[in-house]
Ligand binder design. Structure first.
Ligand code: ATP
Ligand code: LTN
Length: 332
């Protein structure tokens, strides 16, 4: 008997251009999982509007991120690729789950606290409710694993709590998902403030590398990256800037941390930083070129997201029907 593959699901918000952090922390790991798992990957546009988006930018970024998913190696023949707002069940299940989520637990979410600080003029209910929509995204597809970066672990935890609460109030309804962390790249740090994560919504563009950045911009940002005055290329807790660059270089070249340290033993940052820049330029070049090619073929991108939505809807609707039945809604 053929063993059924385990399922994986993850999403990225099309709230800006993707960074090296999104790539190393998320998408690159996903591409290696496609054969082993039954994979579902989506663009979380419903989540993106929890902070203000210009409509034209949101639309363009959604196409761009879809193209980048594919350019990075996600294959629509193997994985389900779709746009969250195309599958109504996400918003529908989120409403039901809202009624099984406590105000107190949502108040403790660090992302909510951080974003309330950075968007103090727009602390809307969607921002507060974000983890519940994310729980719906996940639970609809009954995945075993959710590959994310470290920053999202708290949201996976609350998703598990909500699922368990629902399962014990009714009967087994949801698979309880596990987070899945890649070996490296769990957290790529900002180049300008290496104690903060690299983030596409950082107002300082020197802090992040975008997948679409031009080679000369990538080189400049790495040359300017914040390090320290001790010139040794070693990975150590009190050297967050250098440690971050070593990890990035290791990932771009496939070397281990020890190999990188040995390679730059006795050499200073003047040699190390441009080497990191070049390695990243070469890693990203094919992705940038393929993204540009795909963006020129809108008809193909549209076919991919339409087919994806159809497949996703079939899975999601089955779970939503079950939930509606269990809570006591009358069948239409
Ligand atoms: P924003 O800055 O708008 O909050 P973001 O850049 O943090 O966005 P998300 O869309 O929230 O990106 O995240 C998409 C995926 O990329 C998630 O799985 C997240 O954990 C991962 N990720 C984001 N930034 C990093 C990072 N610096 N290092 C590792 N993984 C990251
Ligand atoms: N909150 C996530 C994006 C996201 C997600 C999801 C990730 C939305 N829904 C479901 C995994 C599963 C983020 O900002 N990284």
């Amino acid at each position: 008997m053929e063993e059924q593959k385990k399922r994986m699901l993850s999403m990225v918000q099309p709230s800006g251009h993707l960074t090296l952090g999104n790539y190393l922390g998320a998408i690159r790991n996903w591409t290696t999982l496609q054969d082993e798992y039954d994979c579902v990957f989506a663009l979380a546009d419903l989540h993106a509007i929890t902070v203000r988006q210009k409509p034209a930018d949101l639309r363009r970024n959604t196409y761009e991120v879809l193209a980048q998913y594919m350019a990075a190696g996600l294959d629509p023949e193997k994985s389900v690729l779709f746009i969250q707002s195309h599958v109504a069940a996400h918003a529908q299940l989120a409403w039901v789950l809202n009624c099984y989520t406590m105000f107190g637990e949502l108040s403790r979410m660090t992302q909510f606290k951080d974003k309330s600080r950075s968007h103090a003029d727009n602390i809307n209910a969607g921002l507060f409710d974000y983890p519940v929509l994310m729980a719906a995204d996940i639970l609809l597809y009954q995945p075993n694993y959710v590959p994310v970066g470290i920053d999202q672990l708290q949201h996976i935890e609350i998703c598990r709590d909500i699922a368990q609460r629902f399962n014990s109030a009714y009967s087994e309804t949801f698979t309880i998902p596990e987070p899945y962390l890649g070996k490296m790249g769990g957290k790529v740090m900002s180049l300008s403030e290496p104690t903060k994560k690299m983030s596409k919504s950082d107002p300082n563009p020197n802090g992040f590398i975008l997948l679409m950045d031009k080679p000369e911009d990538i080189m400049r940002k790495f040359k300017r990256a914040v390090t320290d005055s001790d010139m040794r290329v070693v990975c150590r807790e009190d050297k967050p800037g250098v440690s971050n660059l070593i990890t990035i270089y290791a990932q771009a070249t496939g070397k281990t941390i020890e190999e990188v340290e040995a390679e730059f033993e006795g050499k200073g940052y003047g040699e190390f930083k441009p080497a990191v820049g070049e390695a990243v330029v070469e890693m990203l070049r094919p992705i940038r070129e393929e993204t540009e090619r795909l963006l020129g073929d809108k008809a193909y991108l549209e076919k991919v997201y339409r087919d994806g939505a159809q497949k996703a809807e079939r899975i999601a609707q089955r779970t939503l029907d079950k939930v509606y039945r269990k809570v006591g809604f009358v069948k239409r």
